[in-house]
Design a protein around this ligand. Structure first.
Ligand code: HEC
Length: 316
């Protein structure tokens, strides 16, 4: 009995020995490969490829005549993960020619602008974090508190300015100029959201996220749905009756003399008409709301004055 166990044990030991004989070099080999080719530098903030890296590279490297699918300069198509990985070694900045080129400002070439330090750092961190093909979903999409400086300009900076900047911006549209952006609002919304009516932007079959498109829509059309930023300048805003036939009454009160803009919005955030745009004195006021021509549905009246915003809903 004892002998039986002993021989069993010896058999197992033998197998273990052989297993180790194979496993040790494999593990050691993998480790040395790891050290030379992808030092796993883990950063606190994780860069997301589709959200943070692809838009920058598309806009700054994949212009027509450069590294897009048609021109393929130097045999490179930098509009997808696979294409970009031809010039990236995960974890290694020295052997990643993508990083070398942008860091030394060898690329992008004139007439396009160089990358900003923020963009270079994003790409650097992504490579150091393993250059993974990560996709991220936006969980907190704020489509109400949209500002040009805080919301829209970053979207345009990272997704559009590479092509639409420099000495000879694509399409003749210089989106590094705030006034040009403002003058092209409607066109920009059309280009990012209605490919049947306008040229789809950004190019190369890359879309903005649905959150970014919704934010641009708010910026162009005004604030959607019910908004109340609790600024005490507006004491109240009501629409009566809440179920309207031909016409109703908008009542509001403001704390000081101020310009007041009242707009009528559809449920989709489309501004239907301006109801008022005038100076009003401090105190209570009433404005007539004509609803005769409206289709049945849910609508919003929005009042803006100073920095205060308030909305009221009604049904037709
Ligand atoms: C890869 C380069 C590239 C990127 C990125 C890009 N564009 Fe363009 N854009 C062009 C080119 C080229 C044109 C000229 C028209 C065409 O060829 O489709 C153009 C034209 C336009 C026009 C004028 C279109 C018209 O119908 O008159 C607008 C507006 C525009 N782009 C907005 C944007 C916005 C907004 C973004 C970012 C979300 C963006 N573009 C990103 C290359 C680009």
């Amino acid at each position: 009995m004892l002998l039986y166990f002993f021989s069993l044990f010896r058999g197992t030991m033998k197998k273990l020995f052989y297993l180790l004989l194979i496993a040790v070099p494999v593990i050691v080999g993998l480790q040395s490969f790891d050290r030379t080719d992808s030092a796993p530098t883990i950063q606190a903030d994780s860069v997301c490829f589709t959200r943070d890296v692809l838009p920058i590279i598309n806009s700054n490297c994949a212009q027509a005549n450069c590294h897009d699918a048609i021109s393929r300069k130097d045999g490179l198509t930098l509009t997808s993960y696979t294409g970009i990985m031809k010039i990236v070694r995960a974890g290694n900045l020295n052997t990643s020619s993508l990083y070398r080129e942008i860091n030394t400002n060898a690329m992008p070439q004139a007439p396009y602008n160089k990358l900003s330090d923020t963009m270079k750092t994003l790409i650097k961190n992504w490579i150091l974090q393993g250059a993974k093909n990560t996709t991220c979903t936006t969980t907190n999409c704020d489509t109400v508190n949209v500002t040009y400086e805080g919301t829209i300009k970053p979207i345009i900076t990272f997704n559009c300015m590479g092509c639409h900047g420099g000495a000879s911006p694509d399409g003749g549209v210089d989106l590094t100029n705030d006034e040009v952006v403002d003058a092209n609002k409607e066109r920009i919304l059309c280009c990012v959201s209605r490919p049947t009516d306008c040229a789809l932007m950004p190019k190369n079959n890359i879309n903005l996220t649905s959150c970014q498109i919704a934010q641009i829509r708010t910026w162009v059309n005004g604030v959607q749905s019910s908004v109340n930023n609790n600024d005490p300048l507006i004491e109240y805003l009501t629409v009566t009756p809440t179920i309207l036939n031909e016409s109703g009454k908008i009542s509001f009160s403001i704390q000081r003399d101020e310009r007041v803009i009242i707009s009528l919005f559809g449920y989709d955030g489309r501004e239907i008409k301006r109801v008022a745009n005038d100076m009003y004195s401090a105190g209570k006021h009433e404005v007539t709301l004509q609803a005769g021509g409206l289709q049945q549905g849910v609508y919003f009246v929005r009042l803006r004055t100073g920095n205060a915003v308030r909305s009221a809903m009604f049904v037709r």
